[in-house]
Design a protein around this ligand. Structure first.
Ligand SMILES: Nc1ncnc2c1ncn2[C@@H]1O[C@H](COP(=O)(O)OP(=O)(O)O)[C@@H](O)[C@H]1O
Ligand SMILES: [Mg+2]
Length: 212
């Protein structure tokens, strides 16, 4: 099944609930290698996204994703606000005029979003950032897209890839963001941003399963 505008609004509501439920967890991860605000940032951002989306009326996914990106950009400080803001804004350029997404269009839009994150943050794989979870997830989605896998199957593969990407950040020494100030001492901790990527993708999967 495809995700339409109504389905996507439910996805963002669900992401808001996930961020509220994991606020302490993400903040705890960020307290080990950052400044203990990632959960607060993500929760605030997606709370504002919820307010913005419930006040709007959307006929296409481009406009919806643009509002998500702009809201995160405008309301979330730190590194993650501009990075997540850019991610959804860049996705919106691929979703303009679309009433729904299938595996092909979602994979394509997420690939574009990832390019935006990399262009802005300049992180490479194994720098211990959100890129370490998002890159394998996008690769899995692209592969599923090439193989004609449905949205649910594609997201299952994407979530599994994001999970191992997230876990792969544990032994890494951070080379980008605040955690890089710690040098070797950043090793042994899971990256908060890689974790929020995993949480977002698994929430999208759960929403798609619930509505199919
Ligand atoms: N240059 C970067 N590229 C990609 N992701 C980054 C970069 N810098 C930081 N991050 C991500 O942002 C997360 C931290 O987000 P957050 O705590 O909300 O912002 P801040 O680090 O400004 O306090 C990190 O765990 C990492 O995944
Ligand atoms: Mg922080």
């Amino acid at each position: 099944m495809n995700l339409d505008v109504q389905g996507m609004l439910k996805v963002f509501d669900a992401i808001g609930e996930t961020m509220a439920a994991h606020k302490e967890y993400l903040t705890e991860l960020d307290s080990a290698i950052g400044d203990a605000d990632h959960g607060i940032n993500m929760n605030r951002g997606f709370h504002k996204v919820h307010d913005k989306l419930s006040a709007g009326s959307y006929t296409d996914l481009g406009a919806l994703f643009k509002d998500v990106g702009m809201t995160l950009m405008g309301n979330v400080g730190g590194a993650s606000g501009p990075l997540y803001g850019t991610f959804f804004m860049r996705m919106s350029t691929k979703l303009a005029g679309r009433q729904d997404v299938d595996t092909v269009s979602l994979a394509d839009a997420m690939e574009e979003g990832l390019k935006g994150i990399v262009a802005l943050g300049k992180a490479q794989l194994q720098d211990k950032t959100m890129v370490d979870a998002l890159t394998p997830a996008v690769e899995a989605l692209k592969k599923a897209s090439d193989n004609g896998v449905d949205l649910c199957g594609a997201l299952e593969a994407g979530v599994a890839a994001a999970q191992s990407g997230m876990e792969s950040t544990i032994p890494l020494v951070a080379r980008k963001g605040r955690a890089s100030y710690l040098g070797e001492r950043s090793a042994g901790h899971q990256d908060p941003g890689a974790t929020s990527i995993y949480l977002i993708l698994s929430t999208i999967l759960r929403s798609v399963k619930e509505s199919s």
